[in-house]
Design a binder for this molecule. Sequence first.
Ligand SMILES: [Cu+2]
Length: 323
Amino acid sequence: MRQARFSRWGLAVLAALPAAAMAAAPTRWQLNMGRGVTESARHAYEAHMLALWICVAIGAVVFLAMGYAMFKFRHSKGAVPDTSFTHSTKLEVLWTVIPVVLLVIMAVPATAKLIAMYDTRDSQMTVKVTGIQWMWKYEYLGEDVEITSRLDRESDRLRQNGDTTRAELDAHPAYLLDVDNPLVLPVNTKIRFVITADDVIHSWWVPALGWKQDAIPGIINEAWTDIKEPGLYRGQCAELCGKDHGFMPIVVKAVSQEEFGQWLAAQKAAGEAPTEPSQIPEQGDGTAPRSVDPDMVDDVQQGEEPAAPQAPAAAPADATSAG
Ligand SMILES: [Cu+2]
């Protein structure tokens, strides 16, 4: 009876584990690391699981041997300690060689995966990521599309309002994890990232993608991703970068390649359309074009309301076809 109950619980736990691990977003009481949605993330997950099961096997062997020895050779059964034993060359060789073999078994696949994680060759598109106190700027290189991504206005209002209630926070499901403009990326595309910063060190980290990369002023770091499943993947700046470090979340919106093509075309159109200053909302109601004038970023950094972007001076008529 007891055994039956135990195995039923065991099965339930085993059934729940993969489901929890599969989810891209962390869940309450999740024990294991997530599988993620990219090749790199899965490589990291596999390396982690290999090491975990080797540790479990070592633990099981060691504790079983100890338990057996303690029970079998107990004092009450007349066991006498062997006080003459000092060392055994055979045993010493054995407990050196076995761990070395285990380390090699773990290091060979881990090294191959690590090399693959840093191989940015043959990428199909490049996104430049710039960390700024306290927002992210994304440039789709060669496409002439640029967006800035900041903490969503509602989270910002709630965090700065002294009278915010628990109920208000609960009503915002992605409190402090949402942005105004997510980074839109196509699935099944090798995307190269070049990552840098404008002021201090930041770190671009979306756990579901399987890596984290420092954004350092004056240095270009590289990374790549190939997202397999459409979805919304959240992350945060992972380098203490000043007083609002906790308020520069990252949201990646992975969409199909067709949808991405349409989105990119719309961005390009929006970037060229607002030549009349009257078309731009004065207080920024979230409908403003996502391409941002560099001066606007400077304004925001200095705590000013961003000025409306200026009309491009005599833009060449064929600028669209160049991209
Ligand atoms: Cu930061």
